[in-house]
Write a protein that binds this ligand. Sequence first.
Ligand code: AMP
Length: 213
Amino acid sequence: MKLIMLGPPGAGKGTQAARLRDALNIPSLSTGHILRTAIKEGLGVGPEAKSYMDAGKLVPDEIIIRVLKDFLDKGENKKNDYILDGMPRTLSQAKILEEMGIEVDAVISMEMSDQAIEDRMKWRRECPKCGAAYNLKTLRPKVEGLCDDCKEKLVIRDDDKPETIRTRLAAYHKVAEPILKFYKDKGKVISVDGSMDIEESTAMLIKILERLD
Ligand code: AMP
């Protein structure tokens, strides 16, 4: 099963991608996490991507396609099942996926208002090592300030500053409609209210996805 997670930053697509990855036991590619790691390490696409990410802008398609190809070249990801979290972010990326012969089974669209997202993002924290997302109000780590899995100190993402969030939301709205329409026309979209309880959303999604099998 190939799944795509769509939605504005902060609507919970990364959280649901990670929960579905664990529940369905399939790998997931978070383009945002790969880019942040590459920037931190100064390796691969990192130096090229940095200025775009710092400004809250989208990284050029060509860089994202390199990240995707790297992911697909790795042993465990060569199988047919995976979750793409954070791509496609432009209609051209959606078309490139199609040209690459990647046929998507479902597109999960996490939906939430900008105001609710801005409120939620104030509390967002991330593990810099594994990329797991936490929220100090709704998804707290077991030990304050530390990642449940890696025990790494949680951080605020550089691009989670309120000004950058607004730029990212504006960038999202500009490109999201055409992508959603592209997949709606193919009957692939499952819409989820991003403000719903996290566990309930996962359970609902698993039920819907089981029916697709
Ligand atoms: P995310 O972690 O998905 O919120 O992504 C964080 C940032 O990474 C975005 O604001 C973009 O700058 C960049 N990014 C991630 N995925 C993509 C993509 N598919 N296309 C372009 N830029 C991306």
